[in-house]
Design a protein around this ligand. Structure first.
Ligand code: AMP
Length: 912
């Protein structure tokens, strides 16, 4: 069978095998010779002459086919006497079959499709070829036959063509839709989902309908080019060099704004040129501005000197750097002879000494005998971001402390609110106001890396120093004479202290804050944003010399090579047990970068429940990633090996750790995408830590990854529906996965959804089914799982909520005593319909909402079905009768009712 594109048909002459009275006749028409199937028994009564085609295979989706016939019918009048019995029509029949029956022919199996009559009949003098097309509907079997019945006409069949219609493959709104066979009368519109073109994304899957005539109509939803790309002729093209696009939208790329660097193609934003900055309130897509020049023509008017008063006024800077948020600050120095010092708080400024928007200030309470020097500085929103930290110095050191100082340029104003600095050293960050700090309680004889960064008042980072390395002295050396009592300044300090690499500390050591509450300190930086991935590794990971690493035993197989247990012994530091991930020989540069990307990501994290990076080997042939060693390996396997050996509160304790790690990641805006028990590692104190951070891991590494239509790999049974449907990976989709991890943990490493196929899992989830409570699972824990699996991702709890709730459960062990229902005789747990015991459905409308069928609420009410008990009595016929007509909706409602009452079903999931 041939297909016809909409309106144009491809020809296919079908073959005939069965001939009763019909014969093949060679004819000459318009000078060319061809064969016809002919019959012409016009003089005889009761003719019943059949011609049948060979078996015509049907493409599964083509339920409606077209039959186009070319034929000649002779005028009965031209047969004189015979015209009494002569006919001028013939009949088209069809018969469906799943197999070719060869030459077997049973008339009774054929159904009549149409009577075929010519538009023009052929007389003795004039030949007329007729063309007629008929439709055969509702085909469902593997193939079919056509047959022609002659009942006494003089007919010659020139050709019979069979075709079906398709909507051709197309691209609309940046989504590609596959070629689709048009439906038949039972499905006049076929809904087809599209796939976004490369580099385009969509919130909702774009859809379109294919009509019976092979035409696309009513496109719904659309894809948009992602950031860095714009639409050009049905495709997404990278923004040209010098242009940028910051977000997915239908907009074109825009030229880089003033004072920004014109990057290569595909830019998301245009970074500021050297010497130009954006204030935190400036849009990242806007222009950058320079620093204002100095205010001009400073004048001091001393009208009331006797009262110690002075009016300073000046002109605005010549160059405002392109900004209107110019403010001024005054600095005062008091000099006696050659000795000058800051005026401090001795004098008064009206209205103020900083943040002035007017170009004047009144200064009072001056001492008439002294010389004052006033400096007026102009500032703008970008002034702080221009701060440069230069030359960090080691001032003092003891076995456990280092004292450092540095310079900042431009110099901070003396009287104004001081600049705060953020000091980063390996595993420690402090926020301080002075350009000097003493860090105590360090390990003796240990090298630490330091970096200082200026912060704006809202914590936005400005310029930072180079990373510098300083070492504490060895214990007992003469440098260590200062003891531990050295205090060097008063002021505001926030210390963010991370676990020391080599001493085990309790969880309370993880943070401490000497004053204000700790805000999320950092945001995760995608190593991809670095043009050179090697720069990212260097920034986030410490280089280790391979001679300090000893491999002992293979403990696992990673995507890129073996994973070893081993020892890390850096001179001057205690040796530690580590896991060493290796890159197998023969790797490509891309593979090496992908391999090291895991270190670039892991190196940015520092949390008790995130696997800790010790460092990397990148400068030698055999690249390695070295992490802390987790004695008990992967969590899923560990739990399977210790099935039933832990009490609920121990399991909940593990979950609390994982949730805390995930909260940390989500606070840093890092979305894991592959949270599963197999990616959690367990140490010998049963601490659980989140691992597996490679950029390519979701694509390649995970054996659970299943290819989706868009080519990506997704671990279906751990992934939230919206992430499967349209790649909406968020912390909320991580929460869904966390719910699955909860289930895995409470079920001692059982495989989620057991042996159901990925397809069955997706179908069940879409139909609002969820995993049942594992055996002996506390009810409160199971309720939390169900919350994590809410379809509406905005309703799912956040990791912060989850940590709080698990903490609460751990604090009151009684709360874990109520066990979620589990009926050991059947593998299905059924929700009760009473609603009083916390069951999911308290009313018909709640149930309908849960299966997304709320639109029928009224139908149920009008029909008097108002309780769940009544719902359970309903038969399919009843559902139809109350007005649910669409087969899909009927099925969903009926299936859900079945799920509610089928006590013996072996389906191991249930509806929420
Ligand atoms: P991965 O490539 O991270 O999936 O690691 C492969 C396997 O190596 C894991 O499933 C673990 O069994 C083991 N493994 C990886 N990292 C560690 C570690 N830090 N401590 C102990 N075992 C590990």
């Amino acid at each position: 069978m041939f297909k016809g594109s909409p309106s144009v048909c491809t020809s296919n002459l079908v073959d005939f095998v069965i001939l009763f009275q019909w014969e093949v006749v060679q004819r000459t028409l318009n000078g060319s010779q061809f064969y016809t199937y002919s019959v012409c028994n016009v003089g005889e009564r009761e003719q019943d002459n059949w011609l049948r085609t060979t078996f015509i295979q049907r493409r599964p989706a083509a339920s409606r086919v077209f039959v186009e016939l070319q034929f000649i019918v002779r005028d009965c009048n031209s047969f004189g006497d015979s015209s009494v019995t002569c006919k001028e029509t013939f009949n088209l029949f069809t018969s469906e079959s799943d197999a070719d029956v060869g030459t077997t022919f049973r008339k009774g199996q054929f159904k009549k499709v149409a009577t075929i009559a010519p538009d023009e009949i052929t007389s003795k003098n004039e030949l007329h070829i007729n063309t007629e097309t008929r439709v055969v509907e509702n085909l469902s079997r593997k193939g079919f036959y056509l047959a022609f019945q002659d009942i006494g006409a003089c007919v010659a069949l020139l050709s019979a063509r069979v075709y079906y219609k398709t909507c051709p493959a197309t691209v609309k709104s940046l989504a590609s839709f596959p070629e689709t066979v048009a439906g038949g009368e039972n499905q006049a519109l076929r809904e087809v989902s599209g796939v976004c073109m490369d580099n385009a994304i969509s919130e909702e899957l774009p859809r379109i309908y294919c009509t019976v005539d092979g035409e696309w109509v009513v496109p719904v939803g659309q894809c948009q080019c992602k950031s860095g790309y714009e639409e050009v002729k049905d495709a997404c093209q990278e923004c040209q060099a010098g242009f940028f696009k910051a977000a997915a939208s239908g907009d074109k790329c825009e030229p880089c704004p003033a004072n920004t660097q014109k990057l290569n193609s595909g830019a998301l934003v245009c970074p500021c040129m050297d010497g130009f900055y954006r204030a935190p309130t400036d849009p990242p897509t806007g222009p950058c501005s320079g620093l204002p020049s100095a205010p001009r023509d400073l004048v001091a008017t001393t009208t009331q000197l006797s009262t110690g008063k002075l009016l300073l006024s000046w002109q605005p800077p010549e160059d405002t750097g392109g900004r209107s948020d110019i403010t001024y600050s005054i600095e005062c120095q008091r000099c006696e002879g050659v000795v000058c010092q800051s005026c401090g708080e001795k004098i008064r400024y009206e209205p103020a000494s900083t943040g002035l928007t007017d170009t004047k200030v009144s200064v009072s309470e001056l001492d008439a005998h002294l010389n004052y020097t006033f400096t007026v500085e102009a500032h703008s929103g970008v002034s702080l971001f221009a701060s440069q930290i230069t030359s960090m110095r080691l001032v003092e050191r003891t076995s456990t402390s280092l004292s450092l100082s540095w310079d900042v340029f431009p110099r901070p104003r003396v009287q104004s609110r001081p600049i705060r600095y953020e000091l980063t050293y390996r595993k420690k960050v402090r926020r301080i106001y002075k350009n000097f700090v003493q860090i105590s309680k360090l390990a003796p004889g240990t090298a630490y890396l330091f970096r200082v960064q200026a912060l704006s008042s809202d914590g936005t980072p400005g310029g930072s120093s180079m990373e510098e390395q300083f070492e504490t002295s060895l214990e007992g050396t003469e440098e260590d004479h200062r003891g531990k009592s050295f205090t060097c300044f008063t002021g505001f300090i926030i210390i963010y202290r991370k676990r020391n690499s080599h001493t085990r500390q309790g969880p309370e050591d993880t943070y401490f804050s000497s004053s204000e509450q700790l805000k999320p300190l950092k945001t995760y930086v995608d190593p991809h944003t670095y043009e050179d991935p090697n720069t990212a590794v260097l920034k986030f990971a410490t280089e280790i010399h391979p001679s300090h690493i000893t491999k002992q035993k293979v403990i696992g197989a990673g995507e890129f090579g073996e994973v070893y247990r081993g020892i890390l012994k850096v001179p001057g530091r205690k040796e530690v047990a580590v896991a060493i991930k290796t890159l197998k020989p023969g790797y490509s540069e891309k593979q090496r970068q992908d391999f090291l990307s895991e270190a670039s990501i892991m190196g940015q994290f520092s949390h008790q429940n995130i696997i800790r990076l010790e460092g990397v080997v990148t400068k030698f042939k055999h690249a390695m990633i070295v992490t802390e060693y987790m004695e008990n390996g992967a969590l899923d396997r560990y739990l399977r090996d210790h099935d039933g050996e832990f009490a609920s509160f121990q399991l909940v304790g593990m979950l609390r750790g994982i949730a805390a790690g995930m909260k940390y990641l989500s606070d840093m805006s890092y979305v894991h995408r592959d949270l599963a028990a197999r990616n959690i590692l367990v140490n010998n104190t049963l601490e659980c830590k989140v691992s597996d951070f490679g950029l390519s891991r979701v694509l390649e590494d995970d054996p659970e990854g299943t290819y989706t239509t868009s080519g990506g790999k997704i671990p279906i049974r751990w992934t939230a529906p919206e992430a499967i449907a349209y790649r909406k990976f968020t912390s909320a989709s991580d929460v869904w996965s966390f719910g699955i991890v909860m289930w895995e943990v409470m079920a001692f490493g059982e495989r989620p959804y057991w042996d159901m196929s990925n397809h069955e899992v997706m179908k069940a989830i879409n139909e609002a089914f969820r995993l049942p409570a594992p055996m002996d699972c506390p009810s409160a824990v199971y309720q939390l799982m169900l919350q994590c699996w809410l379809q509406d991702r905005s309703k799912r709890p956040r990791f912060g909520d989850i940590v709080n709730l698990l903490d609460k459960l751990l604090r009151s062990p009684d709360s874990l005593k109520t066990i979620a229902d589990f009926d050991p005789r059947v593998s299905i747990r059924l929700p009760s319909t009473s609603g009083s015991d916390g069951s999911p459905f308290r009313s018909v409308s709640e149930w309908l909402e849960s299966i997304k069928m709320s639109q029928y609420s009224e139908n149920f009410t009008c029909a008097g079905v108002v309780t769940m008990d009544q719902v359970l009595q309903m038969k399919n016929e009843d559902i139809k009768n109350i007005g649910v007509r669409l087969p899909g909706h009927l099925k969903r409602i009926a299936y859900s009712i079945l799920g509610l009452k089928d006590q013996t079903s072996t389906l191991s999931v249930f509806a929420v």
